[in-house]
Design a binder for this molecule. Sequence first.
Ligand code: COA
Length: 247
Amino acid sequence: MTFKSIRQEIASTMARDPAARSGLEVALLYPGFHAIVLHRAAHAAWRRGWRFLGRLVSQFARWMTGIEIHPGARIGRSLFIDHGMGVVIGETAEIGDNVTLYHGITLGGIAPAVDSAAQVDTKRHPTLEDDVIVGSGAQILGPLTVGRGARVGANAVVVRDVPAGVTVTGIPARMTVPRDRAEARGFMAYGTPSGDQPDPLINAIETLRAQVATLSARLEEIEAGAVPRSDAASERTDEEECDASSG
Ligand SMILES: CC(C)(COP(=O)(O)OP(=O)(O)OC[C@H]1O[C@@H](n2cnc3c(N)ncnc32)[C@H](O)[C@@H]1OP(=O)(O)O)[C@@H](O)C(=O)NCCC(=O)NCCS
C-alpha cells in the first residue's frame, strides 16, 4: 500500500463521514481505516502464498478493530467502513471502488459444505459493485451481485442479486426505492437524503428574515404616505391603546 493510496483512503473517509474532522483523526482513531490498511498487507501476503501470515495479520486486525476481513477477499479503492464492529467479509467476497459499509454487516457464504475440500476455490461470497452503500446489520449471503450504486437498508437480509441503483430493504430484501429515484442522489451518508431533513435553526432564521422584509416594506409604505386613511386611523388607534396600556 503506497502513501498515496493511504491518503486516498483517508480522504474518502472524510468525504463520507459527517463526523470526521481531520485526516489525523481518521488515521489514528478510525477502526475501519486500520482494518483496510491491515487487510492490504494481509491480502498481499495471501496472494504470495504466505497463507498463514495473511491469516495472522487478519486475526490481529480483527482483535484490534472488531472487523474481520478474510485475507483472500478482494477490495477496491476507497472502501469506507464506518464504526465497523461486527463486520465480517468472507474469503471470496469482492468489493468494488467507493463502497460504504456500516457496522454489523456480513458478506457471507450460504451453501452448506457438502464437500468442504471442493468448496475451497469456488465463489461462495457476494460481490458488491462500485458505489454500493450497505446499512448497519445487513446480511448479504451467497455468491450474488449487488449492482453498482445500489443501497441495502439497515438489517436487510439479501439472498438474491440486487440490480444497479435500487434500494432494497427487509427480510428477504426487496426493492423499496426504484433506480430512477435513488440514482439522482449521489452519495448520502447513511444512504439517506440529508436534503429531506431541514435544519430547524436555518428554518427559524429564514422565517425571521421574511418577517423583517415584510415589516420593512410596510414601514416604507407608511413613511411614503401610501397607507390608506382607514389603515392609518386604525394604526393610530393601536398606538393610542398601546400608550394607554403602558402609561
Ligand atoms: C434503506 C435506506 C437507504 C432508505 O433510505 P431512503 O432512500 O431515504 O428511503 P425512504 O426513507 O424513503 O424509505 C422507503 C421505504 O422503505 C422503508 N425502509 C427504509 N429503511 C428501511 C429498513 N432499513 N428496513 C425496512 N424498511 C425500510 C421506509 O419505511 C419506506 O417505506 P414506505 O414507502 O412503506 O413508507 C435507509 O432507510 C437505510 O436503512 N439506511 C442505512 C442507515 C444506516 O445503516 N445507518 C447506520 C449509521 S451508523
